[in-house]
Design a protein around this ligand. Structure first.
Ligand code: UDX
Ligand code: UDX
Length: 463
């Protein structure tokens, strides 16, 4: 079996870039990305590819090359499903906000809607690929919906989790560490797996394409995210101990990272991890473990989240304590709002929680982020539902110029590790601020020595 047409449901941070790269690397395959959100599709079709709705370095060039050739963005979901041999499901799976598993389990309502729609429309055999991160054994539920509501055609469900990180999506997709494809261990399952292997083999060497059973693939994705997040919580736990003992967490990270068994990546102490995946996937893992009665396993992983929440709170507490135990009516400037550099994504960004704490203390927050707009900042705060929307609007100002954002501030907090922050004229910023002028470097990216010599009172994480 050969895949000649792909449909992807969900034109988000995962679906959009992944399909753009598949289309670029497989000009012989027609790739149609569909989404219920008309505005999002319109934005993906913007004649100027710099205006596509997701900011990722290099992505607009990939879209410019493939769009209109074999890459299409559309709201006609049914037509795209009908035509494709392989349908990727790449819709969001947020943490449930209601009912059983509230605050823990993944909300699969969008996944189920997709499955029902595929079942309704499909008139020929299809491969259905789970691209979204899902609880283990979701494939089984999808299969049951497809088989029981479909038109008698055959469906093969594959799990093909995406490991790209935002901000480096295009390079991650072009040079993945591995591609993981899980499928049924039946002849039909192997045929489907091989059809998807052939798609990736257009640019990924075969030894990097791993095939497993469906459950291993689903669980591997949750496990990978749990391990990555665990490293951050582990180093963040050490960061507080470093602050108390006079050790420097960057030195500790370097020293342990040179041990090849540990490795040097993902050891940056920070104000806490954010992003759409880590928290959601670990909560989901915890929920799954509990549902099998594995309480020790659940508690073990839950601690990663507890530590991360603590680290965010610890950062805001430190700001308040250092500013003489009051930030009421003080201007505190946030440099960065995105959850990491090189993305306009703010989901679960530490900045949101730190701002929320400081607004509770009646601080005035000024924000500058190179890629995040004001209404996003306010909607992130409103989403927490801590106070009235008008109160958030009164407490937060957003700037398009970092120097203006810092003018008259009592303190600056670095929430995102954008490269440009390291290149600012810090003397000029210092001169424009209230004295004493404080910096809280939540990402440890600035030159502490230089800032201290200017006169800043500099605080890092973990030293
Ligand atoms: C992805 C994955 O799917 C999720 O499992 C992973 O854990 C995080 O990343 P992401 O691409 O970041 O989600 O989500 P998002 O940017 O919200 O995009 C999802 C898109 O699906 C949205 O544009 C939404 O409009 C669309 N959608 C959702 C549909 O088209 N149909 C639906 O039924 C639901
Ligand atoms: C993550 C996984 O890396 C990716 O494989 C998966 O598909 C989706 O989730 P993403 O959330 O996009 O990707 O970004 P990532 O680079 O993993 O960063 C997550 C958060 O951890 C960010 O807030 C980042 O700033 C923080 N982080 C990362 C640290 O605080 N310290 C580190 O050393 C590394």
């Amino acid at each position: 079996m050969k895949v000649t047409k792909i449909c992807c449901i969900g034109a988000g941070y995962v679906g959009g870039p992944t399909m753009a790269v598949i289309a670029q690397k497989c000009p012989h395959i027609q790739v149609t990305v569909v989404d219920l959100n008309e505005q999002r599709i319109k934005d993906w079709n913007d004649p100027n590819t710099d205006n596509i709705p997701i900011y990722e370095p290099g992505l607009s060039d990939v879209v410019a090359e493939a769009r209109g050739r074999n890459l299409f963005f559309s709201t006609d979901v049914e037509k795209a499903i009908d035509e494709a041999e392989a349908i990727f499901i790449s819709v969001n799976t947020p943490t449930k906000t209601y009912g059983k598993g509230k605050g823990m389990a993944a909300d699969l309502k969008y996944i189920e809607l997709c499955a029902r729609q595929i079942a309704k429309v499909a008139k020929s055999n299809k491969i259905v690929v789970e691209k979204s991160t899902l609880p283990v054994r979701t494939a089984e539920a999808i299969k049951s919906i497809l088989d029981n509501t479909g038109n008698g055609v055959q469906f093969q469900i594959l799990s093909n989790p995406e490991f790209l990180a935002e901000g480096t999506a295009v390079t991650d997709l072009l040079n993945p560490d591995r591609i993981l494809i899980g499928g049924d261990t039946t002849p039909e399952g192997y045929t489907a797996i091989n059809a998807l292997v052939d798609v990736y083999a257009n640019w990924v060497s075969k030894d990097k394409i791993l095939t497993t059973n469906v459950w291993s693939s689903e669980l591997s994705k949750l496990t990978a995210n749990a391990f990555l997040a665990q490293r951050i919580s582990s180093i963040n736990a050490m960061s507080e101990l470093c602050e108390k003992t006079g050790a420097d967490v960057s030195e500790v990270a370097r020293a342990i990272g040179m041990d090849s068994r540990i490795g040097s990546k993902f050891l940056k102490a920070s104000v806490g991890f954010g992003g759409s995946c880590f928290q959601k996937d670990i909560l989901n893992l915890v929920y799954i473990a509990k549902s099998y009665g594995l309480n020790e396993v659940a508690d073990y992983w839950e601690q990663v989240i507890i530590m991360n929440d603590y680290q965010k709170r610890r950062f805001s507490n430190k700001i308040v304590q250092t500013l003489y135990n009051t930030v009421a009516d003080k201007k505190i400037t946030f440099l960065g709002w995105a959850f990491k550099k090189d993305t306009n994504d703010t989901r679960e960004s530490a900045a949101i929680y730190v701002a929320d704490d400081l607004i509770n203390e009646q601080a005035k927050i000024s924000v500058y982020d190179p890629k995040v707009l004001k209404n996003k900042i306010l909607s992130d705060l409103d989403y927490l539902d801590t106070r009235k929307s008008s109160e958030n609007a009164d407490a937060v100002l957003s700037f398009e110029n970092p120097y203006e954002a810092c003018e008259g501030a009592h303190a600056i907090a670095i929430l995102t590790e954008w490269d440009e922050f390291t290149k600012y004229d810090w003397q000029k910023i210092y001169d424009s601020m209230q004295k004493p002028a404080f910096i809280f470097d939540g990402r440890n990216i600035l030159n502490a020595k230089e800032l201290k010599s200017i006169g800043f009172i500099y605080n890092s994480i973990g030293s």
